[in-house]
Ligand binder design. Structure first.
Ligand code: G6P
Length: 608
């Protein structure tokens, strides 16, 4: 999964391409590159590593052409070297590519037999040489691309420019997103509307199998049968979002701090605050009462939000939930009852495994509801109902505000299900809604503890392993806490249901192991206290995150306590996300790690 951009500009295009790549770096940052048409030929500048390396190189090797494509890479085939960096090019054509060409081995053999010499290990280069071969024969770039595309199998988005064709760019979409943007005498191609937002907010999203031929004043769309098709222009709305860090040192810090606001915005979308009711903006095409169980599928952090929601659906709506990571769900041939409900959760709305799971569920006759942060994404477009999270663009690779907005939207959905199924009374609904409305203010309170959390994180950063424990909704939050810490600080961490401690992880406990315990003062608090006793008895360093300071009654003294505001525990997991995120953030900063762009990761995983 990579970011691609193309610009038919009225001046040197490379600076605009770089501007756009900055907004796509969340998709990968192993290498970056630009190719531009210059003096009838193709000139390229590529650099290993992050975009800043490319920017530096462009200072001494300026590209002046008005027609250019650019790329930021998350390596799949071949190491993140300059040779493997995109754009790839022959004398006639240059290409940028996001996704995977699955049949690249057989295509590469076929081309090598014909004498083609490859200069990279990438799958992308086969697409380049296929088009180049057709170009040599047909002398027409549009016909060459039309002839080459059907040979490619996999999920990808491609962008091409052609030597000697100043006013031409071609984009193709099969399984990975691609948008065309319209400017004043300029045209753009990009992996998402956010990348094009500095130049335009009028875009057309290509449909599956589409390809588009762009000139500065026109675009023609073709479908997979090469028939000319009409595709609608729309306002992306992406321009409304700033993607700077404000006064914060990192995007992650900004996104953590934004949570009271965006959670509030998401709540306002789903609640009638005056009446104290959930008001879903879109009617559901099924009757909640007819459901016995539902399926939730997602990846990474989004999956943990689904695991938390499972507790809510089961408690508030007496609706059993099966939840699985999408990479398992898509292959385990789960039997699904016809007309059932499958919920998919995804920040990006583009995650390949989640999308494949969605398509499987559709084939099995499920109603598809997706909880997504990008309403124009593929997952959103293939769903029957979209439950948007209103987090705004999330740039930090480690998900924070998208996660708490997913929780917020899912809590509203679970309450709506509970009401519709007659499990919750009006009064119970009002109480839960009142508790939800309190969440943003409680998050503000939790954020006030940042300085104290930072101290704890500095201490924790010296550890090689960390254990997170929680019960109920705080069990999946413990998993999320461990994931967050691993992702950005590279400290090994594990999350466990507190009750499972004695079934294995207790063997790890000694004086050097920080044990983060997430324990709101709820009905099972005392059970967690027993688990803390087990940790303390073995010398473990307890870091307690709780709204209840009464541990001394139990003869316990935590190594550190992060005090949380008092709240009704049903939605504590949303508020407790704040200290969990801040602990990981400050540990990573203390260790000098690249918080926003951790090694080996990418924000949007559009490959399997
Ligand atoms: C990647 C990201 C994670 C994210 C997961 C699912 O692994 O690094 O932060 O949770 O993908 O992404 P999605 O966009 O589907 O929520």
């Amino acid at each position: 999964m990579c970011g691609i951009v193309g610009i038919l500009a009225t001046e040197a295009a490379a600076p605009q391409v770089v501007e756009s790549l900055k907004r796509l770096e969340y998709r990968g940052y192993d290498s970056a590159g630009v190719a531009a048409l210059e003096d009838g030929g193709i000139a390229r500048v590529r650099a290993e590593g992050k975009l800043k390396n490319l920017t530096q190189k462009l200072q001494s090797h300026a590209l002046l052409g008005h027609t250019a494509i650019g790329h930021t890479r998350w390596a799949t085939h071949g190491k993140p070297t300059e040779d493997n960096a995109h754009p790839h090019a022959t004398d006639r054509v240059a290409i940028v590519h996001n996704g995977i060409i699955e049949n690249f081995r057989e295509l590469r053999l076929e081309l090598e037999k014909e004498g083609v010499i490859f200069s990279s290990e990438t799958d992308t280069e086969v697409a380049l040489h296929l088009v180049d071969r057709e170009l040599r024969k047909l002398k027409d770039p549009v016909k060459a691309v039309a002839a080459a595309l059907p040979r490619l199998k996999g999920a990808f988005a491609l962008g091409f420019i052609f030597s000697g064709f100043e006013d031409l760019m071609i984009g193709a979409r099969q399984g990975a997103p691609l948008a065309v943007g319209y400017g004043e005498g300029e045209m753009y191609l990009g992996s998402d509307a956010l990348a094009l937002a500095p130049f335009t907010d009028t875009v057309t999203y290509l449909e599956e199998g589409d390809w588009a031929v762009l000139s500065r004043n026109d675009v023609i769309f073709y479908d997979r049968t090469n028939a000319v098709v009409k595709r609608t222009k729309q306002k992306s709305g992406a321009g409304a979002y700033s993607i700077d860090k404000g006064n914060h040192r990192h995007f992650m810090a900004k996104e953590i701090a934004e949570q009271p606001e965006v959670v509030g915005r998401t709540l306002a979308h789903y609640l009638d605050m005056g009446l104290g009711e959930v008001r879903l903006p879109t009617p559901m095409p099924f009757d909640w009462k007819s459901l016995d169980r539902i399926t939730i599928t997602a990846c990474g952090t989004a999956c943990f939000s689904g695991m938390i929601a499972k507790y809510w659906f089961e408690r508030f709506a007496r609706l059993a939930v099966d939840i699985d990571v999408a990479s398992e769900f898509r292959y385990r041939e789960a039997p699904l009852q016809k007309n059932g409900l499958a919920i998919f959760i995804s920040q990006s709305g583009e995650t390949a495994d989640t999308l494949a799971g969605l398509r499987y569920a559709k084939e099995q006759g499920q109603h598809i509801v997706s909880v997504v942060n990008v309403p124009t994404s593929t997952i959103a477009r293939e769903s029957d109902v979209v439950i948007p999270t209103l987090a705004g663009p999330e740039i930090g690779v480690a998900s924070t505000k998208a996660f708490t907005c997913q929780l917020t939207a899912l809590a509203c959905l679970a309450i709506a299900a509970g009401r519709a199924r007659g499990v919750l009374s009006e009064t119970q609904e009002r109480r839960l809604v009142t508790d939800l409305i309190a969440v943003p203010a409680l998050m503000v309170e939790a954020l006030k503890g940042e300085h104290a959390i930072e101290q704890v994180a500095h201490d924790m950063a010296k550890a090689t392993d960390v254990l997170y424990l929680g019960r109920g909704t705080n069990f999946p939050l413990a998993l999320e806490g461990a994931l967050k810490l691993k992702e950005i600080s590279y400290i090994h961490a594990e999350g466990y249901a507190a009750g499972e401690l004695k079934h294995g992880p207790i063997a790890l406990i000694d004086e050097s192991l920080p044990v983060i315990v997430l324990a709101p003062h709820d009905a099972i608090y005392e059970k967690t206290v027993s688990n803390m006793q087990e940790v303390a008895a073995r010398g473990g360093r307890i870091i307690l995150i709780s709204d209840h300071a009464g541990l001394s009654e139990a003869g316990l003294k935590p190594h550190a306590m992060i005090e949380m505001p008092k709240q009704n525990p049903d939605f504590a997991a949303i508020v407790y996300s704040v200290p969990v995120q801040l602990l990981a953030y400050h540990a990573a900063v203390a260790l000098g790690k690249d918080v926003d762009q951790p090694r080996n990761l990418a924000k949007s995983v559009t490959v399997e």
